[in-house]
Design a protein around this ligand. Structure first.
Ligand code: NAD
Ligand code: UDP
Length: 319
């Protein structure tokens, strides 16, 4: 039985990866310090003899008993309000945490895949973004703590690949959504759905003409799974190229809820990218991967997940 370590296991993407690798017959070791994650995302796995969980901060020395075949490194705050609130931890998990995981991969002779992000392209001047684009990041801006940690993470990973011959994979994830996102994490999809369910106006930042391209979690997990098992070590974009303005997206969510809602415009956060859309030719060619779940279907599933929340859960303050 193959053994895989997944960091960030109690988070949104990490918990879905745990499910996928359990269903593929792996022995899964989850690790998380719960700074933005929640045990409820993986509690259904606790009775499973092929699942273990370590409550651990990966910026500290990481020890895992036994052999490891693979490591998926997904620990990191991912929502802008999270990494603005905990900027130093964000820098540390991307740098020190990644260093610990690469060291562990070396000792265990394991293949490691690290979760990078479309944010390495910053506020992109090339559109759609190909993997060759170097990006446009403000190192000292509010988002720099996340973007630069992820850029450093990629450099460190490549250095381990070339210097230590480590088997490495780099996925550049574009905005991904689905069940188990935190309702109050500030990202636009849970923010809008929460507002609709609480009967509040939707908050559009700026004029709403900025674009994003949203990928459903099942497609993202499939792309990551294929990349891990591929023999390709350079970065690969995984995302859905169906691009939409935030203004139009707000209207889609209002229609989905079936009730009329107001919209209020708020100040655009500093360095908020104006456009974002992946070029996925590399993933198509190398992994034979394309996203299968359209926004209408994915948003319906996501909305249905949050629809059953109690009033108390809907009103819960950000932790
Ligand atoms: P998330 O916040 O739901 O999950 C991140 C998990 O990492 C949380 O459970 C958190 O507690 C854990 N964590 C953070 N710091 C840690 C530390 N020092 N030690 C141990 N655990 C720690 O976020 P997510 O959306 O699931 O993102 C997962 C990964 O994917 C992140 O690396 C993120 O940068 C990347 N990513 C996500 C998206 C997206 O759209 N969701 C886009 C690009 C990249
Ligand atoms: N956004 C918005 N209203 C909100 C939350 C976010 O208009 O209540 C905007 C945000 O400014 C950004 C886009 O939605 O332009 C996506 O934001 P998110 O935080 O989901 O992800 P990211 O900016 O990291 O892509």
């Amino acid at each position: 039985m193959k053994r895989i370590l997944i960091t960030g296991a109690a988070g949104f993407i990490g918990s879905h990866l745990c499910d996928r690798f359990i269903s593929e017959g792996y022995h899964v070791i989850g690790m998380d310090n719960l700074i933005t994650g929640d045990l409820k995302n993986i509690q259904h796995l606790f009775g499973n003899e092929f699942f273990e969980f370590y409550h651990h901060d990966i910026t500290k020395f990481v020890f895992v008993p036994g052999s490891l075949d693979y490591i998926l490194h997904f620990a990191s705050p991912a929502s802008p309000i999270d990494y603005l609130k905990i900027p130093i931890q964000t820098l540390k998990v991307g740098s020190l945490g990644t260093h610990n995981l690469l060291g562990l991969a070396r000792v265990k002779n394991a293949r490691i895949l690290i979760a990078s992000t479309s944010e390495v392209y910053g506020d992109p001047l090339v559109h759609p973004q190909t993997e060759e684009y170097y990006g446009n990041v403000n190192t000292i801006g509010p988002r720099g703590v996340y973007d630069e940690a992820k850029r450093f993470q990629e450099s460190l990973t490549m250095a381990y690949h070339t210097f230590h011959n480590l088997e490495t994979r780099i996925v550049r994830i574009f905005n991904t959504y689905g069940p188990r996102m935190r309702l109050n994490d500030g990202r636009v999809i849970p923010a809008f759905i929460g507002q609709v369910l609480r009967g509040e106006p939707l908050t559009i930042f700026g004029d709403g003409n900025q674009t994003r391209s949203f990928c459903y979690i099942d497609d993202q997990v499939e792309g990551i799974y294929r990349l891990l098992l591929s023999d390709y070590h350079l970065p690969v974009n995984i995302g859905n190229p169906d691009e939409i303005t935030i203004k139009d997206f707000a209207q889609e969510i209002i229609s989905l809820s079936g009730a009329s809602k107001d919209i209020v415009f708020k100040e655009l956060p500093e360095n908020d990218p104006m456009q974002r859309c992946p070029n996925i030719d590399r993933a198509k060619t190398l992994l034979d991967w394309t996203p299968k779940v359209g926004r209408a279907e994915g948003m319906m599933k996501t909305y249905n997940y949050f629809k059953d929340f109690t009033n108390e859960e809907l009103l819960k303050e950000e932790h």
